[in-house]
Write a protein that binds this ligand. Structure first.
Ligand SMILES: O=C1C[C@@H](C(=O)O)NC(=O)N1
Length: 462
């Protein structure tokens, strides 16, 4: 495939940075160092594949094979919060050897079609954990502060992420906002923006600039349909104000029925734009699964790893299990597990991994914030959940974690993934691994989902 280097010439720092051999990037400082560049996604991928074809690569090939990747080295350092292994708060249990694993499953690298990687120091903490979760392609959410409403800003954000996990493909999105017009969509398409995410206003983290009414965006949706850009829906309705004591049973909305009340909106957008590819993000109910199934092939649903474990009781007294949409009833969780393991190509992995500093999750500034952090264990958690229903087999995991999402997003057809990665991931059960207690250090430390509990192991092989 031919890529052209359109737009402005990159600054010498940026070129230097992208062309450096991957293993020599020791401590990237993307925040301060990378200026905004008018690159397209394909320019970006082109630079990455140039990196992997650098002639010096051959010389160092043997050595590189022995080395861990930059991302994994960074993650190891982050696990210990910058401390040495002896000082670390994270226990390092003695693991059994790979040959003692009870179950071994080899897969291609997974794709995660819903991640929050933030910006600044949090970005530097969480982005190197992507590989640990078995993933080499991520679809990155735009709810930064301020939100990513401008295509050039979204592509520049990808350039800040790239050095932190050099082997990962980052796919950019825009934040649906009144400033986005059909002309913005045309520009976004020409620059390689893959989708536009809609947040209902005020319902979750950084959604203050979100949507109040969907009809006002119909001309934008038409342009998205014409340019084959995906619409990603956070599918919840706002709650009835809590001071409203009248209470009308059928009309009341709380976080428990916020998703099912949204489903008619999904159906009406699909009816108005049958060719528009739509993803109902982080489905949490049996009703959502049914709604996605009832639509044509242009509508799909993502399912997170944590919603395969959680029900209401878990988040009711544990802020580290609280996210939006909240986990629902056991029957809903069963419906999600059934959909994810069914082989139905409409359902695929989107972890909605959403890191927040530990003090913010603990509500130290008033109330807790929504988001469960699963990035370092994305595929391991899915394997464990599938195992509980006897479905942790290669075909089922590969469909849900690696294949169906890539197919829906036309990753191959559109050439939006760097195809140089020939590695595989190996999942192993029973080695005695535990989820680390924290990632990163100090006030910015993030507590992962199921911290301290047993977890499947994962390694990368060439
Ligand atoms: O939709 C979202 C956003 C996310 C975040 O923290 O950005 N956290 C959530 O729990 N749900």
């Amino acid at each position: 495939m031919e890529f052209s280097l359109a737009g402005e010439i990159l600054s010498s720092f940026e070129l230097h940075h992208f062309y450096r051999p991957l293993e020599t990037i020791e401590h990237p400082q993307p925040q301060t160092a990378i200026k905004r560049a008018k690159m397209t996604l394909k320019d970006h991928l082109h630079l990455r594949s140039s990196v992997s074809h650098h002639p010096d690569d051959d010389k160092d090939k043997e050595k590189e094979k022995e080395d861990e990747s930059t991302a994994r080295k960074l993650f190891r350092r982050l696990k210990s919060g910058g401390k040495s292994d002896d000082e670390s708060d994270n226990e390092s249990p003695k693991l059994r050897s790979d040959s003692e694993a009870e179950v071994v499953i080899e897969l291609p690298p997974a794709a995660d079609f819903h991640v929050h990687l933030r910006d600044g120091s949090m970005m530097e903490t969480v982005t190197p954990t992507i590989e640990n979760g078995g993933v080499n392609l991520v679809y990155v959410m735009p709810n930064l502060v301020p939100p990513l409403t401008d295509p050039a800003a979204a592509i520049a954000y990808m350039s800040r992420l790239q050095p932190l996990s050099p082997s990962t493909t980052f796919l950019p999105t825009l934040y649906l906002h009144p400033s986005i017009t059909p002309a913005t969509i045309a520009t976004a398409a020409s620059m390689g923006i893959v989708g536009v995410k809609s947040y209902p206003r005020g319902l979750t983290t950084n959604s203050d600039s979100g949507v109040l009414s969907y009809e006002q965006f119909y001309p934008v949706f038409q342009a998205m349909s014409d340019h084959d850009i995906v619409l990603n829906l956070h599918g919840e309705c706002p709650s009835t104000p809590s001071e409203d004591v009248a209470g009308i049973e059928d009309e009341d909305i709380t976080i428990l029925n916020a998703e099912s009340k949204f489903l008619p909106t999904l159906l009406s957008i699909h009816k108005a734009f049958p060719k528009l590819r739509i993803v109902l993000e982080h489905c949490t109910t049996a009703a959502a699964v049914e709604a996605v199934r009832s639509c044509g092939p242009t509508v799909a649903g993502t399912i997170t790893a944590h919603h395969l474990f959680l029900t209401i009781d878990n988040w009711a007294d544990d802020p580290f299990c609280f996210c939006k949409p909240v986990a629902k009833l056991p029957a809903d969780r069963a419906a999600l597990l059934a959909a994810a393991t069914s082989g139905d190509t409409k359902f695929f992995l989107g972890t909605d991994s959403a890191p927040h500093p530990k003090p913010a999750k603990q509500g130290r500034s008033g109330k807790t914030v929504a988001g469960v952090f699963t990035q370092p264990y994305a595929v391991q958690l899915v394997a464990e959940a599938f195992d509980k229903v006897g479905k942790a087999d290669k075909e089922t995991l590969e469909g849900f974690c690696c294949k169906f999402g890539r197919d829906f997003y036309k990753v191959k057809e559109k050439g939006i993934e760097n195809g140089q990665d020939k590695r595989r991931i190996v999942l192993m059960r029973g080695l005695g691994e535990k989820v680390v207690k924290e990632v990163g250090g100090g006030e910015g430390a993030v507590v992962p989902f199921r911290a301290g509990e047993g977890v499947w192991s994962l390694k990368w092989i060439e």
